[in-house]
Design a protein around this ligand. Structure first.
Ligand code: LRH
Ligand code: MN
Length: 426
């Protein structure tokens, strides 16, 4: 299925005047306060978030999985589905592949299809948390941290293979997330596990092309429930420093113990020039991997406040990798991803409204009330007209969810693919 340009224009016709009214009203009030609205629109328009190749079908839990119908059964169909989201939102111009779930059969064909859909290849993800059927050594007791040199060698070789695959596609970064850990006290020697992990990561790092980055993703628990080798940002940062200047920490929003101050972690990592990127999602309890901004939108706003400050004041930190990492157990995966993209754009737009200089002055003056007033003035501003205008100016639609339903995309995909196709991934 492909959405034609004319269809997009027709979809916008009915909503354009209402949008213009709201946009003009907001622009007037923001310009009066000295806000450079055009600058914000441009930043939103160039802001591209990578879609996870493993989250285009119905996700599941150990308690069950409810298929969605019309799911992509191949990498080609996944690229097409991301193309559908991108044509509506104009902010999903990249895919993050997970290997071996999404190994291309025909590299040239997949690159041409991606280019046709204006999709770039973002970070590639290795997988040493599952055993593949023809695998010699098991990862049951760990991979890069395993006490067995044979297992570590196998895991290192897999990561090098993932780099090769990414390199053929034009990707420039490798994301390493390890399930490695223990479910019982005494099961692992913490020091041995960390030392093996460091040496294994260095081996992989030294095999990366000179213009590649390594993202080290941390997580406090799951699938193991007593300790995880790379459990928190500090451990990830330590391992990144141990590898070299092109190794960074990746922040998955769902990988924090309750009430962790994630915006402070983001700020410190940017100060140290070691923030590599994000896996955006939201959660109430654990690594719930649900729609971005659906539970803690204010926390997401506070994270973007630190990102905006960091992008203005920390040239030592490289361009960031923006990715979604979600699992869809209830909603149409494509609608869920569209809602996540909108929540990310809105949080970024609200953070761009913050008068950082006024905030600094209030902080210097210890005017605590004023500090909160400045933040919440921005947060309380309905920025949707800005996000819509950015989409319109780049060829997208005013209301992607309404357009998705009006075009009956899911019904069309079910007609094309049937009800029983299952997408690889989580
Ligand atoms: C681990 C994780 C990691 C991926 C996986 C799909 O919880 O966040 O980023 O490899 O999900
Ligand atoms: Mn993740």
């Amino acid at each position: 299925m492909k959405i034609q340009k004319q269809q997009l224009e027709d979809l916008n016709k009915s909503g354009i005047s209402d949008h213009k009214t709201k946009f003009d009203f907001l622009t007037q009030s923001l310009s009066k306060d000295g806000t450079d609205v055009e600058n914000i629109i441009n930043k939103l328009a160039e802001f591209q978030v990578a879609i996870p190749s493993w989250a285009l079908g119905a996700g599941g839990t150990r308690f069950g999985r409810f298929s969605y119908g019309g799911e992509p059964a191949s990498l080609e169909q996944k690229i097409e589905d991301i193309g559908l989201i991108h044509s509506l939102t104009q902010t999903a111009g990249a895919v993050s592949l997970h290997i071996p779930w999404d190994v291309p059969n025909d590299y040239q064909a997949i690159k041409e299809l991606a280019a046709l859909n204006k999709i770039k290849f973002d970070a590639v993800n290795s997988n040493t948390f599952q055993d593949q059927k023809d695998q010699k050594e098991t990862y049951k007791y760990g991979s890069l941290s395993n006490t067995s040199a044979a297992v570590r060698e196998q895991a290192i070789a897999h990561n090098k293979e993932v780099i090769e695959i990414g390199n053929k596609l034009g990707s420039k970064s490798l994301t390493v997330w390890l399930a490695d850990g223990a479910s019982f006290p005494g099961q692992n020697n913490f020091q041995t596990a960390l030392t093996h992990t460091q040496n294994s990561l260095i081996d992989i790092y030294e095999d990366m092309p000179a213009d590649w980055k390594m993202f080290i993703e941390y997580k406090p628990y799951e699938p193991y429930f007593y300790s995880t080798v790379i459990q928190d940002w500090g451990t990830s940062l330590m391992l990144a420093n141990g590898c070299g200047e092109r190794a960074y920490t990746l922040v998955d929003l769902g990988h924090h113990l309750p009430n962790t101050n994630i915006e402070q972690i983001v700020s410190i990592l940017m100060l140290k020039g070691k923030l590599g990127g994000f896996h955006f999602n939201d959660s109430k309890y654990g690594d719930d991997d649900i729609t971005v901004g659906s539970i803690k939108p204010y926390a997401l706003f506070l994270i973007f406040n630190e990102l905006v400050y960091g992008m203005q004041n920390n040239p030592q930190n490289p361009e960031l990798g923006w990715m979604i990492d979600a699992s869809h157990n209830l909603k149409d995966p494509l609608e869920d991803l569209i809602q996540s993209l909108e929540a990310i754009q809105e949080a970024y737009a609200k953070a761009l409204l913050i008068d950082q200089n006024a905030l600094r002055a209030a902080q210097e003056a210890h005017d605590v009330t004023r500090c909160q007033e400045i933040l919440q003035e921005a947060y309380r501003t309905d920025v949707r007209p800005l996000v819509r205008e950015a989409r319109l100016q780049t060829g997208g639609v005013i209301n992607p969810i309404a357009a998705y339903r009006k075009l009956e995309v899911r019904e069309q995909l079910i007609k094309e693919r049937g009800k029983n196709t299952i997408a690889t991934g989580l």
